[in-house]
Design a protein around this ligand. Structure first.
Ligand code: PLP
Length: 339
């Protein structure tokens, strides 16, 4: 694509040429269909519209210096979508179908894959919805899996700078034995109020606490939380956190860099002792956190005292981004080159 300012693209919807779709009927998946319509035709009594039978994934295709397009750990996204499907009784998307449709959607829209060097990428959104008709509460018999894509710019336009976040205890994202560990839309609906309020109050995101005891950190809206202390990468362990593939990868890279990895309950009071804090996910890889405010008490915890991201977060960010763009060796076999 010419005349495109890739470095300034927002993280948002962008119309491309094609999307791909597949329908599950009579107990099996049909043929993969290519569409140029941005709309789907759906029955008004479909379970996705009434009872939240919907799960999604978020991943990116990266163009390297060599011009090749890379997917990062797509097998993990396929596996997670399978768990989401199982969690709310939807038809599973087989790994082969997942890969076929993701790679097809990327290749059909190749002209939208940003060139190397802008920190931009092609965002990929796989979506699984119940399309079957039910009015009584029960799972659908028919499903649709679709994949659409769109170019997105670098998350941080002005560079890798720390943001402020807010810990709240008057809303929960997910129940301890609920659906927090799977990537379903319902979790997001329930988080919108608190997220928008935090933005209006000047924060980049909220940090939700574990709902039962309200003592431990769960995660930061649509991203996992981590901290650095005494050469250790610390990240919360909880049943209501969505297992981030970025976080999983950062844990491995932290070990590669000689850090210890400690995945355990993380109490809010511990924030005092942390040297660095951050949120991680596909969109930004790492959002360094400069300041965390407890909304109820006004207590403030500061990291990044000089206004800059910490050295360990910076090193981890560069390493993971380097692997995704093919600049660093793919020592863990995380990258699939599309050809
Ligand atoms: C998708 C998501 C993340 C980030 O996961 P990645 O696989 O790293 O992109 C974190 N938290 C929630 C709630 C999510 O939905």
């Amino acid at each position: 694509m010419q005349n495109m300012d890739w470095g300034k693209l927002p993280f948002g919807y962008f119309k491309t040429d094609y999307n791909v779709r597949c329908y599950y009927r009579d107990g099996k998946w049909g043929e993969v269909e290519v569409s140029s319509s941005e709309y789907i035709n759906i029955h008004m009594a479909a379970t996705s519209l009434h009872y939240g039978q919907e799960a999604f994934e978020g991943m990116k295709a990266y163009r390297g210096k060599d011009g090749k397009i890379r997917l990062f750990r797509w097998q993990e996204n396929a596996k997670r979508m399978r768990k989401s499907a199982d969690g709310i009784l939807m038809a599973r998307v087989p790994d082969e179908l997942f890969f076929e449709m993701v790679s097809k959607a990327v290749k059909l829209n190749e002209r939208f894959v940003p060139p190397f060097g802008h920190g931009a990428a092609l965002y990929i959104r796989p979506l699984l919805i119940g399309t079957g008709v039910q009015v009584g509460v029960s799972p659908a018999k028919e499903y649709m899996f679709m994949v659409f894509v769109g170019p997105v710019g670098p998350y941080f336009k002005e560079g890798f700078n720390p943001v402020s976040m807010q810990i709240i205890s008057d809303f929960d994202r997910a129940a301890p034995l609920g659906t927090g560990h799977i990537k379903v839309g319902g979790n997001y609906a329930g988080s919108l109020f608190a997220m928008e309020r935090a933005k209006a109050e000047g924060y980049a995101s909220v940090i939700f606490l574990e709902a039962k005891e309200k003592k431990y950190i769960d995660e930061a809206g649509p991203a996992n939380f981590f901290a650095i202390k005494d050469n250790t990468y610390i990240t919360p362990k909880s049943n209501s956190i969505l297992p981030s593939i970025t976080n999983m990868s950062l844990m491995t890279l932290a070990e590669d860099l000689g850090l210890k990895v400690d995945r355990r309950q993380v109490a809010v009071e511990e924030l005092d002792a942390f040297e660095e804090a951050g949120a991680c996910g596909t969109a930004a890889i790492i959002s360094p956190i400069g300041k965390i405010t407890i909304r109820e008490t006004g207590k403030v915890y500061e990291f990044a005292k000089d206004g800059k991201a910490g050295p360990v977060s910076t090193k981890l960010f560069k390493k993971l981004q380097g692997i995704q763009y093919g600049e660093e060796p793919d020592t863990h076999g995380w990258v699939t080159i599309l050809d």
